[in-house]
Write a protein that binds this ligand. Structure first.
Ligand code: 5GP
Ligand code: MG
Length: 178
């Protein structure tokens, strides 16, 4: 078993690159089939979704725009529950069909906040594409349209997701073991 250390924690390899890439391709193909005629605006939620968005967009095969927003709700290992405002959305979403591109939906609190904000800004339709979802952790009634992979309720790093700022560059996903 392949393990790594980041700061004070040990992590074990749990999802290899090949599985990640196959799952991301499936989501992109679903999106290609569903919304090719909708002139969508993809909204990548930084920092965590940068790698998912990068790979996803390479398989999207119709004209579209992509933009990037930022917000912070996570501190160390546990969701803090306090979600900050969206920053960086310079494009108007009025009447647009938007696709929020997220790294992971955990409790769903972050996504609920993003959806409320985009609705208030006048988006015509909002879809959610997340790389990972932890179904057992969900605390909010939100619709997640596209999920690349579902995972258990353990802390993971890699493929854009960090532990205390590190590990985002890993091409595989690792789960905390100690
Ligand atoms: P939620 O608001 O759904 O509880 O949390 C969403 C955010 O928490 C994600 O965008 C991500 O930044 C962070 N998060 C949730 N679970 C994990 C995890 O296992 N590892 C890492 N690195 N971040 C996580
Ligand atoms: Mg995120």
């Amino acid at each position: 078993m392949s393990t790594i250390e980041i700061k004070d924690k040990k992590f074990a390899l749990s999802i290899p690159e090949s599985e990640i890439q196959a799952a991301v391709r499936r989501v992109a193909e679903d999106i290609n089939r569903d919304i090719a005629d909708k002139n969508p605006l993809f909204i990548c939620v930084l920092n965590g979704a940068f790698m998912f968005a990068g790979d996803l967009m390479k398989t999207i095969n119709f004209p579209c725009e992509i933009t990037f927003i930022k917000l912070a709700s996570y501190d160390g290992l546990y969701t803090s529950g306090t979600v900050k405002e969206i920053i960086g959305l310079n494009e108007s979403v009025v009447g647009r069909n938007v696709v929020v591109v997220e790294d992971i939906v955990d409790t769903g609190i972050t996504m609920e906040r993003i959806l409320e904000s985009l609705r208030a800004k006048g988006a015509n339709s909002i879809r959610v594409a997340t790389f990972l979802q932890k179904p057992d952790a969900l605390q909010r009634e939100i619709t997640v349209d596209y999920v690349a992979m579902k995972i258990p309720n353990d802390f993971i790093v890699g493929y854009g997701l960090d532990y205390d700022g590190y590990g985002r560059n890993l091409k595989d996903i690792y789960t905390v073991i100690e």
